[in-house]
Design a protein around this ligand. Structure first.
Ligand code: FES
Length: 181
């Protein structure tokens, strides 16, 4: 008896059916794998950041004469997978205006990043690196100062009558506009 050969159209159909099944199987396995990977890597897409306003000092630590005082800023740092409390992130000068108002300035000079000092005798801030000077309200005092902008003022508020909270932020040095870093 003569052997029957499969019709060429049938074998082509079988080939496509098998290829389709393999493709569907592969996609079915790939979707959960990719989703799992995205969940796993999600924290990497988060930039390290500090968390909102931080308590910096109490009002009674500031002289009523209005002379600014320098305080370190400790914050909770959040990066890919960890939250680390009490990390030093910078420092601020706090200037008491009244029992209800305090102004805060980042101590970093906007020229090239040195720390400014407050000179009580002259009642102004001075940068020891290239002699920029700043008024109590942070404005550039001397037109010859190389600083391209005023000291960076930060939002400060008094909570519960005595706690000074500051929204701490660092900005890029050497540019006229405030650029967050
Ligand atoms: S870094 Fe302050 S004047 Fe240059």
């Amino acid at each position: 008896m003569a052997k029957s050969h499969p019709h060429p159209q049938n074998s082509r159909r079988n080939f496509f059916v098998k290829a389709g099944a393999i493709a569907i199987g592969a996609v079915t396995m790939l979707v959960p794998a990719v989703s799992g990977l995205l969940v796993l890597l999600n924290p990497l897409r988060r930039k390290a950041a500090t968390t909102g306003a931080v308590r910096v000092a109490s009002l009674k630590a500031l002289p009523e004469t209005g002379e600014p005082r320098k305080f370190p800023v400790l914050a909770t740092k959040v990066d890919a997978w960890t939250r680390t409390p009490n990390v030093p992130v910078g420092a601020v000068y706090l200037w008491r205006i009244s029992d209800k108002e305090v102004r805060a300035f980042n101590v970093v000079c906007p020229h090239a990043g040195c720390f400014v000092d407050f000179q009580a005798a002259k009642n102004h801030y001075h940068c020891p690196c290239h002699d920029s000077t700043f008024a109590l309200d942070g404005k550039v005092l001397d037109p010859k100062s190389p600083s391209p902008r005023a000291l960076d003022e930060l939002t400060a508020e008094i909570r519960n009558g005595d706690e000074i909270w500051v929204n701490f932020q660092n900005y890029r040095a050497g540019v006229k506009e405030q650029v967050r870093v």
